[in-house]
Design a protein around this ligand. Sequence first.
Ligand code: NAD
Ligand code: 6OD
Length: 486
Amino acid sequence: MNPTPHFIANEFVIARSGKTFENRSPVDNRLIGLVSEAGAPEIAAAVAAARAALEGPWGRMDIAKRAEMLYAVADEINRRFDDFLEAEVADTGKPVSLASHLDIPRGAANFKIFADVVKNVPSEFFSMSTPDGAGAINYALRVPKGVIAVICPWNLPLLLMTWKVGPALACGNAVIVKPSEETPQTATLLGEVMAKVGVPSGVYNVVHGFGPGSAGEFLTRHPGVNAITFTGETGTGSAIMKAAADGVRPVSFELGGKNAGVVFADCDFDAAIEGIGRAVFANCGQVCLGTERVYVERPIFDRFVTALKAKAESLKLGRPEDKSTGMGPLISKEHQRKVLSYYDKARTEGATIVTGGGIPPMEGELANGAWVQPTIWTGLPESSAVIREEIFGPCCHIAPFDTEEEAVRLANDTAYGLATTVWTTHLTRAHRVAARIEVGICWINSWFLRDLRTPFGGSKQSGIGREGGVHSLEFYTELRNVCIKL
Ligand code: NAD
Ligand code: 6OD
């Protein structure tokens, strides 16, 4: 079995050490393949390739040509749509219906949007007077930061990786991607695309491995890396920030969340059930923007719990390629153990289990997979672990509230601040609540509705910085002021 290789300087390579790790399907725990694990020599080679790219034709390429190349990358992803879909679904076990509508199209779109942004962004200009009367002019150039380390999670592998690689390349940087050890394939496949459309050697590199003591740590500690962009757990962000402190390198972080959904009695009830249902169960609950705490205004509380229960119980668990599958497995047996530990905690803490709470009965080989039941609890105090800690599974706790003030207080009572979804038909209240909930993204009467030009990121422990549209330029470029004395 040939291991999944690294992509360095436009070549697929295996680690010199010969070290590999297993890639197993979350659907049935079958061995999909081995993955080559990068050591310090591969990281050094990737950094050297990226630096060489910046000094070569890539560093001299004008914006129009770069943008054209990124359009070609997007077109080639779309041409090889089925290959990307197959790879993503094999690694994650997510339903084909989801990956074909979300992960792969966004993987392509992330290149086009940032090509457009970079082509169209204006620069600053100031004219000033000087004592001799001749004056001076100032203008700001946007220059790439250099070599960017892109460290990615497993929940939306291609989408979240290209969300960072797209703007980084559009701005003229070179990247070294470290995909999650759970999902190595689509980042590797993207190497084929880059080479095919003529992206110069060393501009896009991929190294596989784990975090501490492996590729992730070697990469973030390498002094040849100029900036680090990371999506993943808050605790990992903290470790990466320590590594970035050496050399005082900038970081952009999209981290964990414990997002609240707030449902007012005046909502469009069916739309709220549909929206909160997606926010809780989509991608088996493994979406950073997902909702694990739902607060519902008391007059509709019982009806809401009954309807969301019915929604959860209507989800069919099954093979990704089965069109009727509504929910896939968790990413791994390890993550299954973590989510089940919270299912146990909820029970011990005295929750009312509205539905789910365990492992579903799965037939044949599927019984070996990382399945959990979609789960709803009520009746827990706000201090309980399942309300305070990010679980990252298909589950939520639902609690009633009586006033708008109380709803806002409950939503904000968390160390995180990524996203919220609010359901109301009261226009003024919608604006009022949106302004008061401490998050980076507040959806009103929707969830995960994305305009890629808007700022995306988290408040509090959910992140540092904003990406999206022109905001990505803040991280992936530096402004250089040029002052000309006339
Ligand atoms: P994780 O933090 O465990 O791993 C993410 C990546 O970091 C992986 O590639 C991993 O190998 C690497 N890594 C781990 N330790 C490292 C270290 N010390 N140095 C360098 N690299 C290291 O996260 P995960 O389990 O892959 O993803 C789930 C988490 O990601 C959840 O907390 C979720 O909320 C968060 N997430 C956030 C967003 C967002 O936009 N805010 C999006 C998706 C996921
Ligand atoms: O839509 C995006 O751009 C984005 N970064 C989504 C993140 C989802 C988290 O799981």
